[in-house]
Design a protein around this ligand. Structure first.
Ligand code: F6R
Length: 620
């Protein structure tokens, strides 16, 4: 989703902003721009399209200055055009802003500002905030404020924010206020990088890597004033805030492509390592349980819990569904997985013994954050299963479990899914051993979890086979993905991967449910991908395959190595290592991720930056 970068200091501002925008590209965007405050004016360069197009524009029409802001836009209000790209100018050019989020009352404000004579050059909600800020700046000047005085500018910012409804992360330049960048946050993340005589602003830490390790995460309703050698933070109602400087763990090599052509492929291949990271230090063979340090709940408090609600979006919701199955099986804990976008507006009965987990790779998904806050408001302990350290959800949760998967840059989530499933399994083991699970059962699970990094490496050996299947199936326009029990969420995830990066219509279903409707879609042009490793109801899934075959639907099966019977029914079989049923989502996800990747490549799609999608969905 939209990205912000800003800088004040001694370096070459345009280069720094462009580099920051390149690093934010993974979030998803459709246009980009920068504004630099020079000696006399604020110069803007902006363009629909890629950051490279903007860089070319800056090369032909250079800008200079010591302070600047940049933006990658993911369109919400108004088409993808040069005019709608950020930065946006307020009034006669006295203020320039970049904005992430959505101004919900923009329509009313736009009418009011139009009546006051402000002329709109774009269809965006952001331009409303720019003009409003200019309006309040003029007001402050009329009241005696100096245009170049930071206090005058701040008062105008406060007055503007008082009138905005919705979400924002803002970066602001004032034409008359030299060497000053003002930032404000409500609902859209912002982080300040602290250097020596320089400060950075960004919507996530990636533009800061290699420049500084010291960061300050802004909280909602905070305003930051960045000037060389001076950082000042205020809360809109509580006044001055002393900045809490944290250390960034990310290193530059985390975001290198290395030998891989795409981040998605790199991240698929990282999974033996990321699963190992998720397990590291968390397996206690002596006690036959998991070690989970950050829940911030005592054993007594945890034993009181009689229900778990998992809330998430997209792929993280799919891992939550695996979590529901494993928590119920291992810990006999009634568990539900809720779409965060629904939960935030529903009011389901939840007793004070309900524990809530928000599952999120980015830690910034707007719906997941809102659902988590809603549960917190009602007094439930809310924890996070999160990848990005320092993200809003990680900071606002009462505690939680980090994935330690490293930055996930490919828009389609891969390694985060398998890490989430691993962590949820650890949680189920931990709670299970606190309740009903026997010592030998716990021991067995620990042994099986220990083997997983190796099993995932083995699963990756299916790559050549998957490539071959992709070659033969990439021209189909509709796919069904079918699985049962633990493999139903995997079917959903496989279908999501295919549709988001190859734009092919795909539906995931519980395999036996397809008789109740989707089977009507089956014909020679609609392949079904069956996730059918051996397990308790394997013969039932095989019967479901027979039903598809009887209707002449092509079948691709994901099956356990050594299962030769399946080849008699399926047209193509991709083999994965044999593991316990609760671990099958981990090994079966691998061929489905690779299949989506190769089909997308065949169709000429941009696998790392699929159209219309954003890596971190910070709007509702
Ligand atoms: C799919 C995908 C999305 C995310 C969803 C939630 O590949 O990446 O469906 O899973 O937007 O994102 P997080 O986990 O960051 O909350």
């Amino acid at each position: 989703m939209c990205g912000i970068v800003g800088y004040v200091g001694y370096r070459s501002v345009p280069e720094l902003l462009l580099e920051g925008l390149h690093r934010l590209e993974y979030r998803g965007y459709d246009s980009a721009g920068i504004a630099v405050l020079g000696d006399r004016d604020i110069e803007i360069r902006k363009k629909a399209g890629r950051v490279n197009h903007l860089a070319e524009l800056v090369r032909t029409k250079p800008v200079t200055g010591r302070v600047g802001i940049g933006h990658t836009r993911w369109a919400t209000h108004g088409a993808t055009t040069d005019q709608n790209s950020h930065p946006h100018v307020g009034g006669n050019g006295d203020v320039v802003i970049v904005h992430n989020g959505v101004i919900e009352n923009y329509d009313v404000l736009r009418k009011q500002l139009t009546q006051l004579g402000y002329v709109f050059r774009s269809q965006t909600d952001t331009e409303v905030a720019a003009h409003l800020l200019s309006h309040h700046l003029e007001e402050q000047i009329r009241l005696g404020g100096e245009p170049g005085d930071v206090e005058t500018c701040l008062k105008a910012v406060y007055a503007t924010l008082d009138r905005l409804k919705g979400t924002y992360g803002l970066g602001i330049l004032f034409r008359e206020c030299p060497d000053t960048l003002i930032a404000a946050r409500c609902g859209s993340p912002l982080v300040v990088g602290v250097g020596k005589d320089e400060y950075f602003l960004a919507s996530d830490a990636s533009p800061l890597v290699g420049y500084t390790k010291d960061v300050v995460y802004l909280s909602d309703h905070e305003i930051a004033v960045l000037q060389p050698g001076n950082l000042r933070i205020e809360h809109r109602s509580r006044g001055s805030v002393s900045p809490s400087v944290q250390t960034l763990e990310q290193v530059a090599s985390d975001t290198d492509l290395g030998q891989y052509e795409h981040y998605m492929l790199k991240e698929i291949y990282e999974q033996p390592q990321t699963i190992e990271n998720a397990l590291r230090g968390r397996l206690d063979g002596e006690e036959a349980t998991a070690v989970i340090g950050g829940l911030n709940l005592t054993a007594k408090e945890l034993r009181r819990i009689d229900r778990i609600v998992l809330t998430a979006c997209g792929t993280s919701w799919h891992s939550g569904l695996v979590g529901e199955y494993v928590l119920e099986e291992f810990a006999r804990m009634p568990t539900e997985v809720e779409y965060a976008s629904e939960l935030r507006y529903r009011n389901p009965p939840m007793s004070d013994r309900t524990l809530v987990f928000a599952i999120t790779q980015s830690g910034e998904t707007a719906d997941t954050l809102a659902a988590m806050r809603e549960c917190k408001r009602k007094g439930h302990p809310t924890l996070a299963i999160c990848n990005v350290v320092g993200s809003t959800i990680a900071r606002e949760a009462d505690g939680g479990i980090y994935l330690h998967a490293g930055p996930e840059i490919g828009v389609a989530s891969t390694k985060a899914f398998t890490s989430q499933v691993t962590v949820l399994t650890l949680l189920a083991l931990y709670l299970g051993r606190m309740r009903h699970m026997s010592y030998p059962a716990g021991k067995r699970i620990i042994g099986q979890l220990r083997d997983m990094p190796e099993k995932i490496s083995k699963a990756l050996e299916c790559h050549a086979q998957v490539k071959d299947v992709a070659e033969r199936y990439h021209h189909f326009n509709n796919f069904l993905y079918l699985g049962r029990l633990y493999n139903f969420p995997v079917a959903l995830e496989g279908a999501l991967k295919l549709k988001e990066i190859s734009y092919i219509h795909a539906e995931g279903y519980p395999a036996a449910e397809m008789k109740h409707g989707p089977i009507a879609l089956v014909d020679q042009q609609t392949p079904s991908v069956f996730v059918v490793p051996r397990g308790g109801i394997y013969p039932k899934v095989v019967s479901n395959m027979e039903e598809i075959r009887a209707r002449r639907g092509p079948i691709i099966a994901i099956a356990c190595e050594g299962d030769t019977d399946i080849a008699r029914i399926a047209d193509d079989v991709i083999y994965v290592p044999d593991v316990e049923e609760y671990l099958q989502p981990l090994v079966c996800a691998i061929p489905l991720q690779l299949l989506a990747y190769h089909i997308a490549l065949h169709r000429g799609c941009n696998v790392d930056r699929p159209r219309n999608l954003a890596k971190s969905v910070t709007v509702e």
